[in-house]
Design a protein around this ligand. Structure first.
Ligand code: GDP
Length: 424
């Protein structure tokens, strides 16, 4: 059976933890989109890890980790990450990389930086990992697919061709040093050396695995609201964050994805620019940020402080719907235990009109949160294993959210560890 683990919101919902936990039952874990721009934080018996490229299943010795064709693959990051695990005593994971995955080149990272510099104050808050330039090139058909590394003559010719286009931009738009095709060719050959042991026809591998009844997890990065089509465009990422894209980014039939586990955090956080209706500021935000996640809400890749807000029922209901949610995993609930009252955004006020429908970006910019307050439970709920054992106000909070978002919360996460989970 194929299951997808995806985010309902802006990312950082705790997908890594849920994937790591579900990975126990999985044979194969697949990354199907995104690159090394966001990260998952995972806490397990080997320690605390920030993963950027590898799927969260790499810590088990019974799983195979797959980098699907939809991923923006930065080869040096992948190799460094594998080495980083091995150095800390994690058994060397089994890793397969799709021969159809495309590679993030050093110039993609440069273009990302140059564009942010050019936009200055109007920037998108990119993590400058080259993701937007990478996907632009992929769809402009001047990207490099892993399979192309193995045909050196055409590779050389293509490197020259790509440099012509890139150099016009470098010279005339960014006023930066131009690329030398020889350097690009050499970079590609280095990537070939590094990646060769892992290359695989992933869609065929997964097709066979499905026929054999294997358990496959698709692990999404970021969340619904960062999807280029259905998110808060243009403050989005450059690849689809939706479970539906899992079929394309892994190369499997869409009808094989039987369960869509949408991860939803008990409060909101976001990185980068863009409308964030339930955002809070000042000491209120600082306290939630300090207490949030596992050791504070700071970017796993960038270390940037995350923007904080209360739970947003409008965004989360939409985020769950657009994912095609079958199950909601409601995470980081333990963090809210310090509050006397918990504010929740239940609707948006847009020019005096109250709505629970998530609007397009221009309208979203105008939305003001309609807040309802729920009583807090004022205690530590970590370690609780049964739903009935949660304090009454805590259950009320879960049930209130469930009713508002309209999808079943079947898992409640009350701590960062694998075993900190309550099934309903
Ligand atoms: P992802 O990108 O969706 O995987 O999200 P992050 O890596 O940002 O994960 C969110 C953070 O919350 C990580 O530091 C996790 O270890 C932590 N975390 C996940 N679930 C829980 C939970 O239920 N409680 C607490 N306190 N922390 C959690």
């Amino acid at each position: 059976m194929v299951k997808a683990v995806v985010g309902a919101n802006w990312g950082d919902e705790g997908k890594g933890k849920i994937t790591d936990m579900l990975g126990k039952e999985a044979d194969i874990i697949v990354r199907f989109q995104g690159g090394a721009n966001a990260g998952h934080t995972i806490v397990n018996n080997y320690g605390k890890f920030a993963l950027h490229t590898l799927p969260s299943g790499v810590f088990y010795d019974h799983t195979t980790s797959v980098i699907g064709n939809g991923v923006a693959l930065h080869v040096p990051t992948l190799i460094k990450e594998i080495q980083g695990l091995v150095d800390r005593g994690v058994p060397k994971p089994k890793i397969l990389v799709s021969d159809r995955a495309q590679m993030v080149m050093s110039y993609h990272i440069l273009f990302d930086q140059y564009e942010e510099e050019r936009l200055a104050g109007k920037s998108f808050g990119s993590t400058k990992s080259g993701i937007a330039p990478f996907y632009s090139d992929k769809y402009a058909k001047i990207g490099f697919q892993v399979s192309e590394l193995f045909d050196e003559a055409s590779l050389k010719e293509k490197a020259e061709r790509v440099c012509v286009t890139k150099n016009v931009m470098l010279e005339h738009l960014y006023h930066k040093p131009v690329l030398n095709p020889e350097d690009i060719y050499r970079e590609l050959l280095e990537y070939k050396e590094m990646i060769a042991p892992y290359v695989c026809d992933v869609s065929s591998y997964l097709w066979n695995a499905i026929q054999e009844g294997k358990e496959i997890l698709l692990e999404g990065q970021l969340g619904s609201l960062k999807d280029p089509d259905h998110g808060i465009y243009p403050m989005v990422t450059s690849s689809s964050t939706l479970a539906a894209y899992g079929a394309i980014g892994a190369g499997i039939p869409p009808y094989e994805i039987k369960k869509i586990i949408t991860v939803c955090k008990a409060y909101s956080s976001a990185v980068g620019a863009g409308a964030f209706v339930s955002e809070i500021f000042g000491e209120e935000a600082d306290e939630l940020r300090r207490r949030g996640g596992d050791g504070g809400e700071y970017g796993a890749t960038t270390g940037r402080p995350r923007r904080m807000g209360w739970f947003d029922c409008v965004a989360s209901r939409y985020g769950c719907r657009i994912q095609g949610t079958t199950d909601v995993a409601f995470t980081v609930l333990d963090v809210l235990g310090y509050l006397d009252e918990i504010p929740v955004c239940v609707a948006y006020d847009i020019d005096g009109k109250i709505t629970t429908e998530f609007p397009t970006t221009a309208m979203l910019e105008k939305a003001k949160p309609v807040i309802e307050k729920l009583p807090g439970w004022k205690c530590d709920i970590r370690g609780i294993k049964k739903y009935e054992d949660l304090p009454e106000n805590c259950r009320r909070y879960v049930e209130f959210v469930e009713e508002k978002i309209g999808f079943p919360i079947t898992m409640v996460s009350n701590g960062p560890g694998r075993e900190d989970i309550i099934y309903r």
